[in-house]
Design a protein around this ligand. Structure first.
Ligand SMILES: [Zn+2]
Length: 98
């Protein structure tokens, strides 16, 4: 039975999945996926789950940058406010002495 040789059974394919994903194999080009609708649907499900996981646990790295940007923006706004406030304070506090 040479036909069985290049079309894996679903269980055999799914057993290989973690290995294939780990090896960064382009699964959409896998011969079993191309011939098996069932496993294509399974892969679509897995991708949906992976996508949902990415949204639930966003990558941490860029967040540092975002926070730094927010922080520096807040700081520059605070600085401007402080300058304005101290100028006002100066103006309202001087008349008595002059
Ligand atoms: Zn299959």
């Amino acid at each position: 039975m040479s036909e069985d040789h290049d079309t894996l059974s679903c269980t055999a394919f799914q057993a290989q999945l973690p290995e294939l994903i780990g090896a960064n194999v382009n699964l959409s080009e896998h011969s079993h996926l191309q011939s098996c609708e069932l496993c294509r649907a399974l892969m679509a499900d897995l991708e949906t789950i992976a996508e949902a996981a990415r949204q639930l646990f966003p990558i941490v790295e860029p967040r540092d940058d975002v926070w730094k940007q927010i922080e520096s923006r807040l700081e520059s706004e605070d600085d401007r406010k402080l300058v304005e406030e101290s100028e006002n304070y100066h103006k309202t506090s001087t008349p008595q002495s002059s």
